[in-house]
Structures are given as C-alpha cells and as structure tokens.
Unconditional design. Structure first.
Lengths: 303, 355
C-alpha cells in the first residue's frame, strides 16, 4: 500500500519537477506545450479509428443525432406543435439549423407544390385497407418505418451491430431495422428483390468510412415533418466516418430524378451514447397510434 | 387453381427425388448400421466449429425453427423419446407436403395459398428431420407440467371472458370493438418469443454477432433481440419489453441466454410476467444445425420448470423486411367487418320488428 502511494506521488509530481527544472534553465519552448485545444464545432483533429477483429473500422455502438432535422431538414423556428391547448410545452417543437448542404433542396417545381401539400396534410389520417392509406399524413405520425436517412435523425438512438458479412442498424423507433450487406452474392444481389421502407443496402469501407448505397425504397416515407419527400426512384449514398472515439460524421447524398433537379446532401454528427450499460429499449409506437389510425372503425369511434 | 395444384404436384415429385438422394447415397457408401456409425464419426471429426474473428463460436447466419415435431408427445409414442429413422423420414415427408400445399391451422383443409407464392415451402427452407417424438424433453414424459391451481383458474376465466381470437368457429361473432380486442400479432405488436418455436410459416431468423453481443432478428415483424454477454447486470423491474430483456454468457461453446423483464400480457403461454424466467441454450452442432434448448421457469404458472429442444436448421437468406403496421389490412378489415356484422344484425332486427 505504502509503495503504491509513493509511486503515485512520484507519478503525479514528476511532471512538475521536470517543468521546474526546465523553467529554471530556459524558457519553455512553444512546441513543447500540449495544452488541450478547445474544440471547434465542425472540426475534428486527425483520428485513426480502432479496428474490429477482422480489421475493419469499428462502428459498433449505440449512436444518436442531436439535430432537429426530423422536424425540418432545413432551418426552422420553434413551433407550438399540434394541440397546444392541451399539450403546452410538452407538444412544442424546437427550432434548429438545417442539415442540407447549401440550405436549399433542389425540388422540381411540381414536386415543391407536393411538399407544401404534404406539410398541410401531415396530420390528415385516412386509413384504408389499401395503399390509399399512404396518400396523406406524415408516416412518422402513423408510427411507420422512417426510411433513410430520416431514421438517423429521429430523436431516438440506434445501434450498429457490425459483423463481417452484414452490418445491422437497429433503430429504437418502432424497432425499424436495416441490414447492410457487405458482399454481393446470390442471396444478396445488387438490386433490391422488392421495394421496402428501409431500402436495400450494400456497403463497403473506404479508409475509416463506411459507404452505404441504398435503393429499392417504397415511395411513402418522408424526410421530415415539413413534408419533404421522395419517389420510389430514391437512391441514397451514406458515408459514416469515425472522427473521434465518440463521434461519427454522417453524410447522405440524396438522388431522385422524379422529385429533384440534382442530387443534394445532408450532414451532421452522430454521438456515441456513453451512459454506463446503455442499451436500446422498446419504442413500439404501434400501440400508441391505434386509436388515431383505426378509431373510425371502432364500435364507438368517440371512445 | 387446377394449374397451380399441378405445378405443386410436379414440384413435389422433384422434391421427392431430392429427398431420396441422400438415402440412395447412404445406401451406396455404407453397408448396415456399423457403416453408418463410421460415417457419422468421420463427419464429426472433419467438422470444426467455426469461430468469429474475435474467437466466439460462430452462430451467425439464417436459420429456421420450422419443425413437424409436436410440442408435447402424442399418446401413441408414450414411453418413447425417439422415432426410428423410417418414422422420422415419413413424418418429415408428410410435414413438408402439408406445409407446401396448405397453411396450417386451416380447419377446413382447403387450399388457401400456393405456398411457393410466399416462398413458404419447407423443403426450400432446409428443415431437417427430427427423431424426437416431442419438442418437450423435460419432464421425460414429453408433456408440459400441470398448471398451478391459480394459473389454471386464470386461464379458464380468460378463456370464458376473452374475445374469439382463434376464429375456431367461423360463425361465432368476432369481438372487435376496439383495436385492443385483436391479438398482439394482428395488431403488429408482437409475434411472441422467447422461446423460439416452430410456426406454421416464416419461422425464420438471422443471427449476427458483434463484439460482446449477439443479435437475433425474427422474420415475423422483424422483431429483434440484442443480447449482451459483457457481464452487465439485468435491467431493474422498471423496464419491461415485448421479448423480455436478455443477458447472455458462454458456457464452453454454448451461448446461454437468460431473459426476464417481460411485459404483462405478452408472455409465453400467458405466463406471469413478474415471475417468468426463460433460459435458452444455443449450441452449434454441425454446419447446418444449432441445437436450441429452452427452459421455462415460472413457479406461479407451472408446477415445475420444463425444457424443450427445437432444432434450428440453416436456410437460405436473406430475411426480407416485414412491414406489418405499415400495411395492416387485418386491423382495418376485422374492425370494419365487425361493424358491418353489427349493421346487418340491426337491419335484420329492424325488419323483423316492422313486420
């Protein structure tokens, strides 16, 4: 015990002793100073990501964004949200800076009109037993799978489960899930066998960056509550770059010739959830939206 | 319809040919039981348990729990744990034929789906014959132990009061006043588990291993369990989950998973969410098989713990997205159907009273 305390003291005091000595002899050289620098948002010092056992950048962990892009991917003010008469500050939505590079989404003229119509009808729900159910209403309000890239900036964590052949992203919101196939073969061909909400994705590594190429989306997901949308021609290329032990810089290039005049890009950091023993829990919102969706078919619709 | 059945019949012939190949090969390469035993030993020697890059036994891949073995031992096999190879092959053949042509649980035995439309055919999914007479292995009589008197009472009360959810009687009115009257699967909330059991179809799942944890994705509703084995403690009783909350550890080459924190109303066979403890054992026994055993321990529901073994067979991937709540026509149609029935009954009553 004594020995431990003594060596601890030595360790603690050693730098001071050394420094006292050097100060006495000559002024400290500027280059010797390693005082930590205050971080500048948007900038990360050079970083080499740790590797998995099979030598790939290790993305395993629980991640979450802190942008407000789920409300609007563009700059937006705070809003009262629906039903402020009963919801008060519980239901109010924060303002925030957008995530779109350059600020503008390059909509075709008729598509911009559709976006505005979507926004106006974001809470108009009309559930039928066919695809007409998807004509109005924000899919998030209905607890439908969020699609890509929205799943990455909904205000919920997601877990990256990384293996050699497959990387799985598990989202707490409605336990939405996507598999990123790291190889192309008969089981997982390049092209999507069928359209899906979370798309059909293949990935590869470029240095410390996981690049994910996704298509085969259904045309029914939105990018935000502001009605930003796409068609089934959506093609998303995402880049997940480990820039510190605690951050992934995320970037997605969105392409859809039916809706946009050119590809456009969003970017924001993802933060590693660092709570001790952090894990995903359930947010199966399906049970929270049944009354809203199916109420018109209830025996007593007012009940 | 006629065409579809003919296609099925042709495919069955092909299937029968495929099935008979292994027997033929076996006949050629071995002679009698001694030869067979020698082959098995040789196969066991050559197979090496694969490991992940970080050294865990590798359970990864696509698996199916589809099985034609009943949960409990039928009376005709009383006292017998295992079938003969011939009996096992026959049951396997019949099971495949049944799952290929019809959906299970169809009491009228009318063809509902051509299984190939949904890629439901068992023979495509690689299910292997099982020599056990029941999935239940403990107690040794192959029967689930008796319910406790309290649990039996609760179950009987629920049966009497509950909505007609199994649709056993097609003429019985379906209680569907509100969405909560539908079952959890119809509501896209949970298709159950653990344990992993054979279903009529879609009994498929994917296992992926990361450093310190295993992920299991079920095809049904793409439900997910992420099981850490880094020694962290179980959650407090303040958090409940649809599939319980799991903690794992390795015992030799077996992944042992303990699960609690179930949600009341969403437990295996209506067990008590507060006292149910489920333990699962995953052991890869060859390239195409995981021996999966589960032990159910809930002293407030069963008079003693019991265990079952479900063989998991390797199958072709991938697992497709299972969008359920996004297109839940069942919920709309069951509720709307109940309203239509009520309306028709009211009209009829009105006509009678006017007469």
């Amino acid at each position: 015990m004594k020995v431990t305390v003594l060596s601890l003291c030595l360790v603690v005091f050693a730098p001071i002793v050394v420094r006292a000595q050097t100060t006495a002899q000559q002024p400290p050289a500027r280059t010797a100073s390693v005082a930590p620098k205050m971080p500048t948002p948007g900038e990360f010092p050079p970083y080499k990501a740790p590797r998995t056992a099979d030598g790939k950048p290790d993305l395993n962990g629980i991640w979450q964004s802190f942008v407000t892009a789920d409300i609007s991917v563009q700059d937006h003010d705070a809003q009262p949200g629906p039903r402020p008469d009963i919801m008060g500050a519980y239901g109010a939505w924060p303002g925030g800076q957008g995530i779109v590079e350059g600020g503008e989404i390059p909509y075709k003229a008729e598509a911009l009109a559709q976006k505005k119509a979507n926004a106006e009808k974001r809470m108009v729900i009309n559930i039928t037993s066919d695809d007409r159910r998807h004509e109005t209403g924000d899919p998030e309000l209905k607890c439908y799978r969020p699609g890509i890239p929205r799943a990455n900036y909904e205000p919920f964590p997601f877990q990256i489960v990384q293996s050699t052949d497959n990387i799985i992203m598990v989202y707490e919101f409605e336990h939405a899930l996507r598999t990123i196939y790291m190889k192309e073969d008969k089981e997982t061909p390049k092209d999507a066998p069928a359209d899906s909400w979370m798309g059909w994705s293949h990935g590869h590594f470029e240095g410390d960056t996981l690049v994910v190429d996704s298509a085969g989306f259904v045309p029914w997901t939105w990018f935000d509550r502001a009605g930003d949308y796409h068609s089934d021609a959506l093609h998303v290329v995402e880049r997940y770059t480990l820039v510190s032990p605690y951050h992934i810089m995320y970037e997605a290039t969105i392409e859809d010739p039916n809706v946009f005049t050119r590809p456009w890009k969003v970017s924001f950091p993802l933060y590693r959830r660092m709570e001790k023993n952090i894990q995903l829990v359930d947010f199966d919102c399906v049970e929270f939206v049944e009354k809203m969706l199916y109420g018109p078919y209830y025996k007593d619709p007012g009940k | 319809m006629g065409n579809r059945l003919r296609v099925s019949a042709n495919a069955l012939l092909v299937m029968a040919a495929v099935l008979s190949v292994p027997a033929w090969v076996a006949a050629q390469t071995t002679s009698g039981a001694a030869g067979k035993a020698a082959t098995n030993t040789a196969a066991k020697k050559t197979w090496v348990l694969p490991r992940t890059p970080d050294g865990q036994p590798d359970l990864q891949g696509y698996w199916t729990s589809l099985s034609f073995t009943p949960m409990e031992r039928p009376a005709k096999y009383a006292g017998r744990e295992f079938l003969t190879d011939e009996e096992a092959a026959q049951i396997h053949k019949e099971g495949i034929q049944h799952s290929y042509e019809f959906t299970f649980n169809d009491l009228a035995e009318t063809p509902v789906y051509d299984a190939t439309v949904y890629a439901l055919s068992a023979w495509q999914e690689g299910v292997a014959p099982n020599r056990r007479t029941s999935l239940v292995v403990d107690p040794p009589d192959g029967k689930i132990p008796a319910l406790t008197p309290a649990a039996a009472k609760v179950k009987e009360a629920a049966r009497k009061a509950g909505p007609n959810q199994d649709y056993a009687d097609p003429n019985a009115p379906v209680k569907a006043d509100v969405a909560e009257d539908l079952n959890l699967g119809e509501r896209c909330l949970s298709f159950g588990g653990p344990p992993i059991l054979p279903g009529a179809y879609n009994s498929n799942f994917q296992i992926v291993q990361g450093p310190g944890y295993v992920m299991i994705e079920y095809e049904w509703n793409n439900e997910i369990r992420i099981i850490p084995f880094d020694g962290r403690p179980q959650l407090s009783q303040g958090i409940h989950r649809w599939h319980g909350n799991s903690r794992g550890h390795w015992e030799g080459n077996t992944l042992v998973v303990e699960t609690s924190n179930f949600r009341p109303g969403a437990t295996f066979q209506g067990a008590n969410a507060n006292t149910l403890k489920m333990t699962e054992y995953f052991t890869r026994t060859d390239q195409n098989t995981i021996e999966y055993k589960f032990t159910v321990d809930d002293p407030s529901t069963w008079t003693k713990p019991w265990s079952a073994i479900v063989p998991l067979s390797h199958m072709q991937g991938p697992i497709p997205e299972y969008d359920c709540s996004e297109n839940n026509n069942d919920a709309v149609n069951i509720l709307a159907g109940a309203r239509a029935t009520e309306k028709a009954a009211a009209e009829k009553a009105k006509n009678i009273s006017q007469r």
